[in-house]
Design a protein around this ligand. Sequence first.
Ligand code: LLP
Length: 385
Amino acid sequence: MLKGTFPVEKFKAIQTPFYYYDIELLKETLSIVTTEAGKYGYHVHYAVKANANPRILSIISEFGLGADCVSGGEIKAALEAGFPANKIVYAGVGKADWEINLGLDNDIFCFNVESAAELQIINELAIAKNKIASIALRINPEVDAHTHAKITTGMKENKFGINLSQLGHVLSELGSLKNIKLIGIHCHIGSQITDISAFRGLVIRVNEIQEEFEARGIQIPNLNFGGGLGIDYYHPNHLPIPAFDNYFAVFKKLLQLRPGQQVHFEPGRSVVANCGTLISKVLYVKEGETKKFAILDAGFTELIRPAMYEAYHRIENISSDEEVEIYDVVGPICESSDVFGKDIELNKAHRGDLIALRSAGAYGEVMASQYNCRQLPKAYYSDTL
Ligand code: LLP
């Protein structure tokens, strides 16, 4: 069910385009995640890349989640928002030296290491600081997530993680790296995963990988399954989307846990997507020869997902209840790909109508750009508007 209504009268006084966050919905989602994960003692590290807005981050940290970071900038943002360093995990295929040093200086919980070359550098930097770096090996589990090719990460040909065939070599090198402590296995197979069987495949693969480690006499205290749980974008033909309870239940049921082992997750989208909406205004209605266009004052500079991944975002005219007409909803950017949706049913649009682009809380504001010398969008919150 589509959640949340909009304070349209208040919106009229605000310069569009802007992001609007439904803080009650965010808190409701956070209490579901923490309750469901808490049933099994699972640890949840919110993936900061989905939305790094400081207000959103501080609310998430207040619920006791950890943070999954992909850069030094994200580590700084997480620390500033109150996430404790000992709940920060840091994955990233290209960690720069200053970023590794930042993690070491703050004693973060774990570096999720993506290659043998990176392992050497973390060891050298840790030696220089006389520290021991806790690491997990990010393993590419070769499990198909059945999602958009641009957001699949767990296949052999992706740049992420260590391939299964190279694991033996990496493990043999580990023995000589004295300032590295192996504390876990990390996997992440992709994003917007709506087929729960992909996670079943992942758990079964991790069970096998654990056995390989044990055959070499290595015990692994932490298992991290990354993020990826999909959300409902309210597409008219959508299928049911797995919820947090079914998601965690897959791990509870299939994972062969060893005594004392800790289980970790890194959800991003499923925590923040539905609480965020991009609010825009109709600038012009243009009658083309074959199409009618609703031209908005927001473009892919504010929400790039439709242009980049052909992603669907539900579009609503929240100023009109006149009869529905069919529009191509487009932005002002000087690129043909600046289209939010083609042949979209909208209540009849007029200049000045407010348009809501739903489920934009994840990979929305955080992926905004200043292309065409545009200003970055501001954000407003339901509890302070
Ligand atoms: N952990 C790792 C290592 C990741 O690479 C990601 C996302 C996550 C966790 C969080 O995944 P989530 O729960 O949000 O699916 N910009 C794209 C999505 C890119 C996802 C990148 N990695 C989009 O707009 O669909």
